[in-house]
Write a protein that binds this ligand. Sequence first.
Ligand SMILES: Nc1ncnc2c1ncn2[C@@H]1O[C@H](COP(=O)(O)OP(=O)(O)OP(=O)(O)O)[C@@H](O)[C@H]1O
Length: 598
Amino acid sequence: MIQPAFPKLLSSQIAFDIARTILEGFDKHYRLFRQASQDARGHFERGEWAVAQAAARERIGFYDRRVEECVHLLEDDYAPEDLTDEAWRESKLHYIGLLTRHKRPELAETFFNSVCCKMLHRRYFNNEFIFVRPVVSTEYIETDEMAPTYRVYYPQADGMRPTLTRIVTDFQFGAPFADLARDVARVEERLAPFFDEMAPNAQFQVLSSPFFRNKGAYIVGKAVNGDRELPFVVPVLHDSPGRLAVDAVLIDRQQVESVFSYTRAYFMVDMEVPSACVQFLRTLLPHKPRSEIYTVLGLQKQGKTAFYRDFLQHLKHSSDRFETAPGIRGLVMLVFTLPSFPYVFKVIKDFYPPPKDTTPAQVKEKYLLVKYHDRVGRMADTLEYSYVAFPRTRFAEALVAELKQHAPSQVEEEGDQLIIRHLYIERRMTPLNIWLSQAEGCGNEADLEHGIVEYGNAIRDLVAANIFPGDMLYKNFGVTRHRRVVFYDYDEIEYVTDCNFRAIPAARNEEDEMASEPWYPVARHDVFPEQFGQFLLGNPNIRRCFLRHHAELLTPGWWQQRKERILDGIVEDVFPYPQSIRFRHSPAPATVPSLPET
Ligand SMILES: Nc1ncnc2c1ncn2[C@@H]1O[C@H](COP(=O)(O)OP(=O)(O)OP(=O)(O)O)[C@@H](O)[C@H]1O
């Protein structure tokens, strides 16, 4: 059925020009985005870690800047009366026409939405103007360039070792391997059991671009043998300055998934056809929503769009109600969840009781800091939304009352909708305080110890990334489904390099010793690690565990030393996989016949 508003004739030159301007804006965006992703190769090859970090951070801001630019262009070129509903409707149809042979139509549609929503007040824009659902298909889009999205290799025809060697050498890294023959033999040893009997279709499928992040380049692909598939990730690192080495082979499903986690920085990947890359990755990560795959590739706006579409569909196909998230209520954030959906929704409250000394603008700044920072597997990524309309009937009354009491400026009711002006969405985890008390309640010492070991490791990783969590109470950390401990309360974080880690001065007399408040002056960024135990180690079981694994975190010397390393420009290693699987921790295979020069 043709909708009444559907224009029968496309007659407006303005509509066509708007569509073309928006598409040019998007194409410019993707050109710059891709250039930044391509530059990551050189940073990796030359070991320019600080430059690589800065470039990854800068790329995150590209999208918003291009949208702003495009909006200004349109506002400069057209009077508001030119931009009629009819013009927007026609623009969308012209845009669809312009996208028919485009390599990245889904991203371009999202860009159109961003520009359109920025130009029209939310009360006036209409779902007919934007791409509520994807319109142009991303199925079977092929690359035009030399490199296909993924390459295929046949070990049966070419031999296992030459095939594995070629997989690595095809990446043409501009730095030599310290000992490629040794590395290939190690990879072969890990993958050989999968090919115990080779089926006629035995093959490797490997994405053509390496995935760059921090100090690593990751080779991503899968082995296929008969009807079995084995996803793998092969990290390549600098073994010694200027020399590369394969560091491990990840084939365990959980380990592979963890590399693509929402708690890590986005990858830099050179993609001509991102949807083809996403499609491929989905076969490796069947439990990961498409939205998270787009996001981890640095296409976070597409991730946000895909997430919102999934969310709306989930709402349609569920009937449970939003309720306050389990755990200790936050002083700054009001957190709610939908039990059937694995995310939490966080709204900044309007007022905070002491000792909180912050403002909504400062809280937003801290969340933004985390978005742009390397999250090193220890901070959850958040999606930020404005004006989200929820069906009012799906809210528990107690939650509506709580929202109105603590965040009245954020809530609007419009007909049967409850609109929240600003919120963050992030993955739901089990708050660590709940995890620890459950473990203790059932006498599960292994879980208790796991929680505490992971907690200390999370703090160590955050500190290595120059993040001081501020409030280190267990309630501010969550346990993921892979049992990793992750930090999620950002309103008090500071850079480690801004903090002053101090020892508690010796008391001058008895009165000092008895004083309930510190008798010595404390400046804003002073931190006293010796005091952490008072807040964290009241429980004797936890105390025992903590002291066994992480006692040094209670000493100012440890913190000062970490801070000095950062100030010296040392970029610490971040491994998104266990140390135990690194090749350097396992002996080289017994015999390593030398390989022909490649
Ligand atoms: N990602 C999450 N998964 C599960 N529960 C969460 C998540 N984020 C927050 N919560 C729950 O909401 C509570 C408050 O969240 P959060 O710590 O972010 O708020 P806050 O106001 O910043 O806290 P504080 O008062 O410590 O500053 C947490 O203690 C936890 O119970």
